[in-house]
Design a protein around this ligand. Structure first.
Ligand SMILES: C[S@@+](CC[C@H](N)C(=O)[O-])C[C@H]1O[C@@H](n2cnc3c(N)ncnc32)[C@H](O)[C@@H]1O
Length: 204
């Protein structure tokens, strides 16, 4: 997994709509979140949120305990500038998810699009999962989206671990029950297609 320097450089060099993972709106994630019946004051964290428009959608949906965590301060600044005054309603955490120690049982929903797949060693995955299990409430939800098994082998020039619903479920282990999974064909700003899987888990 590349370090902070890689990601700071990406977000300093490229506009939000010049990266392969660019989304106009985080429609699929917002639809999946909408199906969970969360309360507006439930804690929600987006891991590796970058400049994603998910936070805009969560604010519009009325959530008011939103945390956006990312390794890159430059990315968080872009998202804050876009949100202007609304940025003050969000907690911004500049940290490496494999290093930080999140508050215990803090969140009802953990969301991650295109971050877990950068964890290509078991040590990185274990560190990530330690935070997931620590920070998610009992009976909380995790939505994790990664490149599918027929997705690209690299993202942002970095190798990724691709998953099927079965391999991602196995990686999370028995304390997470799969509620739903779906595939998405993501179209990059330059028109190529990338296959993603989105899995919705409930912590049991
Ligand atoms: C491919 S981008 C996806 C961004 C966002 N989730 C989206 O869907 O638009 C991966 C993001 O993960 C962040 N990232 C990579 N490794 C990380 C880590 N170890 N801890 C926290 N964030 C990380 C990067 O800075 C980048 O913003």
């Amino acid at each position: 997994m590349a370090g902070k320097a890689h990601w700071e450089e990406v977000y300093k060099q490229k506009r939000p709509d010049e990266v392969s993972w660019f989304l106009e709106t985080a429609t699929l994630s917002l639809n999946l979140i909408g199906e969970l019946g969360l309360k507006a004051d439930d804690g929600v964290i987006d891991i590796g949120g970058g400049v994603s428009p998910l936070v805009d959608g969560l604010l519009d949906a009325g959530f008011h305990d939103i945390s956006i965590l990312d390794l890159s301060g430059a990315a968080l600044k872009v998202a804050q500038d876009r949100l202007r005054a609304k940025a003050e309603r969000v907690s911004w955490i500049e940290a490496d998810i494999t290093q930080v120690e999140l508050a215990p049982s803090r969140y009802q929903l953990w969301h991650d699009r295109a971050v877990f797949h950068f964890m290509t060693t078991q040590d990185q995955r274990e560190a990530y999962k330690r935070n997931l299990v620590r920070a998610l409430r009992p009976a909380g939800y995790a939505i994790i989206a990664t490149f599918a098994e027929d997705g690209p082998e690299k993202c942002s020039g970095l190798s990724v671990q691709r998953y099927s619903t079965e391999t991602l479920s196995a990686e999370l282990g028995a304390s997470f029950s799969l509620l739903k999974s779906c595939r998405e064909t993501h179209r990059t700003p330059w028109g190529s297609e990338q296959q993603f899987i989105y899995c919705v888990f409930k912590r049991s």
